[in-house]
Design a protein around this ligand. Structure first.
Ligand code: ATP
Length: 927
């Protein structure tokens, strides 16, 4: 509990301290130019480890972008990519989860243990601290989210700025291009005006000539011809203008419709117009006014485009409601300045237009002047012609005078008359030509009048267009203003909401210090408690140690009693066990009936003649020659009895061996009746040998607190009355002798005795012995054991309490198969070994008989087998014999022999078993 308190306080203290440090760093790092913004930045920076880095970088990049407005946008886009990488989740979320989990656990614990009022009192501040801490962390996470949103908005604003900058660059370039085009148009116009001025001056000169010299009639005619050519040109122009006027009328009609539609439709109409105007520009004879209209239309289109772009930007800006107001205001100011620039450029364009119109008026005036001059020249020509007409009466008078005075004069008169006629013709011709010229002049006057009308119509149209353009600009301006206002309002509202949030957060933060003070006091009290806790802990440990020592002492005393009781119990158990074994008889005779196997079924006489009684475990019936012969033994195992069941009957004898008794277990029976199966068993289903040794080691393990045991084994076989060590491969012949130590015990010099520590080890030893045993195939058994095999296990025990030593011995004997020689089909070596086997078994029978008869001399030395088993078969030992019988009719004779032998053994009394125990240096045998 204390540890948790201190952990919690430490976590909170660490978090708070980090925040304070980060806030201080943020405050130092911020620029003081934007107070409101800076305070927010500082607050947000202080809350997370990653945020200050982002904030600083964001500010730096913003300042870069604001300072270098003309810089390339690609670098900014790279920065944007970097910005995208930096965002992550709040780092304190696991802490929040941990605290909430702990708080829940504390609450649960508090509700579950209401019976502890003292603890409840100490837990309440913790709960309040945790709730404060949680609310603080929630506020903090909310602030972080806001900060993240602000970052995102900043990022979006930067992107929009970059886009806007690019668009502005494009607009600037297009504006420059348009200026160039305009200049070129102005230059071309100036050239055209100059060209128009130069021929007029030439014409002026020409017109002066007839005035200067009345003789230059030819020149007058030439000038009239030039005028005619010009007139035809003007006619062509007039036709073109007429067609253009029609086209313009159509365009005007479509434009009026287009202006009533939205801005996008207007664009398409303007494009059409642009195309048409470009076509007209390509065609010859484009007038200056049309070119100017074209330029103005292009200008108008570009202005509309810029206004549309501005509108789009304003819409985009209005979509971003959460941008900081200062940035939006700046943006608005920029846009306003841009609009002002556009307006000024529009003003300039209008001025240029008025200038061009002035130029056009001047050119019109010049044309009118030229026409006036030409009219004057025409008038002069008419006056000259009238003068010529007035000269006629003078010529007539001269003629009449000449007719009266002389024939020569008459001739001269006739000549003069001819000349006069000729002149009259000329005059009439001149008159006709003058009339024609007058007609031409009248016509040209009409044409010029029409042209003036058209020019006036064009001017009106331009004025209308200008008004429409101005209206449209005003409309767009209004829209822009409205959009700017909406964006400003939106940003103002967002700023207001942000400020509200900020003030709320500030209030919450201002509410935190009291909580912190409470927590600090709690922490101080906890610290003092923790300090006191170590002392308390030391004394408690000392007390606990004392109590533990006392309990240990008590326990050891109780253990001693228990141990004593246990020893008594074990002794009692042993006593009862021995009594039980003694009640059962010192030589216990068990009989196991071999099941009928598949390999046995090919033999003759397969009928089963041996039957067991399920109600009587000791009874066995053999049907022989139609007669049932009953046998009574200690235990009869039916054919289906398992290896474990057989061992259960043997197990008490194994325990006796550990207690210091000499025990002998041997299997007896005819060849192939299952002796080796019962004693050794198979790998999957081991027999008495393995199970006995396993039990032995288990028992030793159980007694290890009181006894230590040393287990050693040896294994021999008796083949043809020769003793061989089964644990060595050399097969050296061994002899049985009396131990020279004077104990009277038997001793086999050269026999390998192996000490074994574990059951696994003894399994390996048994495998070696089995491998070295002599087996041959007989008619009765394909792997017949042709020797007696003895496995001797010596168990030396030491009582840890008293130091008493016990010597237990366990002889596990697998006898060679008894068989009738004629039946086994043995001859030669096999016959000899069969005879030896039978002899040794007969000696065993003799020993059993002598024991049964309580003879003073027991003929142990009649065979190697009985000699070797002397200390286990004799008086005071425990012996068990497993008689193996076949149930088949073909083996009934052998079965009867074996059972009769078993019954004889059954009646043998070895007397009470004697325990071989050595206490205080005295060897003694206890009954
Ligand atoms: N209870 C039984 N259950 C199954 N198989 C058995 C049983 N008893 C014996 N056998 C089988 O019978 C065959 C002969 O048995 P075993 O070799 O043990 O006879 P034996 O008496 O030792 O013969 P010998 O005296 O010739 O050595 C073996 O294959 C063995 O597996």
């Amino acid at each position: 509990m204390y540890a948790f308190y201190s952990l919690l306080v430490y976590i909170f203290y660490t978090v708070f301290k980090k925040e304070e440090e980060a806030a201080l760093e943020g405050a130092c790092a911020e620029s003081p130019e934007e107070p409101g913004h800076v305070s927010m930045e500082t607050e947000s920076k202080g809350k997370g480890s990653h945020t200050p880095r982002l904030g600083k970088r964001g500010c730096a990049s913003l300042s870069d972008s604001s300072s270098s407005s003309d810089s390339d946008g690609t670098s900014l886009s790279d920065e944007d990519d970097e910005f995208d990488e930096g965002h992550g989740l709040p780092a304190k979320t696991p802490l929040t989860a941990f605290l909430s989990f702990k708080q829940e656990a504390e609450k649960r614990r508090a509700t579950n243990s209401p019976a502890e009022p003292n603890e409840k009192v100490t837990e309440s501040p913790l709960l309040s601290v945790m709730s404060h801490l949680l609310s603080f962390l929630e506020q903090y996470s909310h602030l972080q989210q806001l900060q993240q949103q602000a970052d995102q908005y900043r990022l979006q604003l930067r992107r929009h700025r970059v886009q806007h900058r690019r668009k502005m660059k494009a607009l600037r370039a297009s504006y420059r291009q348009r200026l160039k085009d305009k200049n070129s148009v102005i230059n071309s116009l100036e050239e055209v005006i100059a060209q128009q001025q130069s021929p007029s001056s030439e014409n002026e000169g020409d017109c002066m000539l007839p005035a200067a010299s009345p003789v230059g009639l030819h020149k007058l005619v030439q000038s009239l011809c030039g005028l005619q050519v010009e007139k035809s040109q003007l006619r062509g122009e007039l036709r073109l203008l007429h067609s253009q006027l029609e086209q313009r009328e159509q365009d005007r009609h479509t434009n009026i419709q287009a202006f009533q539609q939205q801005i996008e439709e207007l664009k398409s109409c303007i494009e059409e117009r642009e195309e048409e105007l470009s076509k007209l520009r390509v065609a010859s004879g484009v007038t200056d006014s049309e070119k100017r209209v074209l330029c103005l239309s292009a200008e108008n289109e570009s202005l509309k485009h810029s206004l549309t772009v501005t509108q789009g930007l304003l819409q985009q800006l209005s979509v971003i409601p959460s941008q900081s107001s200062s940035v939006l205001i700046k943006e608005n100011e920029n846009l306003r300045s841009r609009v002002l620039q556009l307006e000024s450029s529009l003003q300039q364009q209008a001025e240029q237009l008025s200038h061009l119109e002035h130029q056009r008026e001047q050119s019109d005036w010049r044309k009118a002047e030229e026409l006036r001059r030409r009219e004057e020249s025409m008038r002069e020509l008419r006056l000259e012609l009238d003068k010529e007409r007035n000269k006629e009466p003078v010529v007539k008078y001269v003629t009449q005078t000449v007719e009266v005075e002389s024939p020569s004069t008459l001739r001269q008169l006739s000549k003069a008359r001819q000349q006069n006629e000729h002149l009259s013709e000329k005059l009439s011709n001149q008159k006709e030509r003058c009339q024609q010229l007058e007609e031409n002049i009248r016509h040209s006057d009409e044409v010029s009048c029409n042209l003036q009308h058209k020019i006036a119509a064009y001017e009106r149209e331009i004025g209308t267009l200008r008004e429409e353009l101005l209206k449209e600009i005003g409309h767009l301006e209004e829209k822009k203003e409205a959009a700017v206002k909406a964006a400003a309002n939106c940003s103002q509202e967002h700023l207001q909401s942000l400020q509200d949030q900020f003030t709320t957060l500030q209030k919450r933060l201002s509410a935190l210090p009291p909580t912190l003070r409470t927590m600090k006091t709690d922490y101080a009290s906890l610290r003092s408690q923790v300090r006191n806790f170590s002392d308390f802990y030391g004394t408690a440990i000392k007390e606990a140690k004392k109590q533990i020592m006392a309990a240990i002492n008590e326990m050891s005393e109780a253990n001693k009693d228990l141990l004593e009781k246990y020893r008594k119990e074990v002794a009692l158990r042993r006593k009862y066990h021995e009594q039980l074994v003694e009640l059962k008889g010192n030589i216990r005779v068990l009989c196991r009936v071999k099941p009928v196997l598949k390999e046995d079924q090919h033999e003759e006489g397969q009928a089963v003649v041996v039957t067991t009684d399920p109600n009587n475990e000791s009874a066995l019936t053999v049907l022989s020659k139609g007669k049932a012969k009953n046998f009574e033994l200690d235990k009869v195992f039916h054919p289906q009895a398992t290896q474990e069941e057989v061992f259960q009957e043997i197990e008490p004898l194994i325990t006796s061996c550990i207690d210091g008794y000499h025990v002998c277990i041997f299997a007896y029976g005819q060849t192939g009746s299952g002796k080796t199966y019962t004693m050794e068993g198979t790998v999957e289903n081991p027999g008495i040998n393995q199970r006995a040794l396993k039990h032995l080691f288990n028992e030793i393990e159980e007694r290890k607190d009181m006894w230590t045991y040393t287990v050693s084994v040896s294994s021999v076989e008796i083949y043809n009355e020769v003793l061989r060590d089964l644990l060595t491969k050399d097969g050296e012949k061994l002899d049985i002798k009396i131990n020279p130590d004077g104990t009277g015990q038997l001793h086999v010099p050269g026999l390998r005795v192996m000490e074994v520590k574990s059951f696994q080890h003894i399994k390996k030893i048994l495998a070696i012995a089995r491998k070295n045993r002599i087996t041959f195939g007989t008619q009765m058994n394909q792997h017949s054991s042709r020797s007696h095999a003895l496995l001797t296990v010596t168990v030396l025990g030491t009582d840890l309490a008293s130091g008493a030593k016990t010597t237990g011995k366990l002889n596990l004997v697998d006898l060679a198969g008894s068989e009738r020689v004629w039946k086994s089909g043995a001859e030669g070596e096999r016959l000899k070994e069969a005879q030896n086997i039978n002899r040794s078994l007969l000696a065993l029978g003799d020993v059993i008989q002598a024991l049964k008869a309580h003879q003073t001399h027991i003929p142990f030395r009649n065979s190697r087998l009985t000699y070797l088993l002397q200390d286990s078969l004799g008086k005071g030992n425990k012996t068990a014999m497993v008689v193996q019988v076949s149930s088949l009719e073909s083996n009934v004779g052998e079965t009867l022999c074996s059972l009769k032998f078993a019954q004889r053994v059954c009646k043998v009394e070895l007397g009470p078993a004697a325990r071989k125990i050595e206490t205080g240096g005295h060897n003694e045998s206890k009954n």
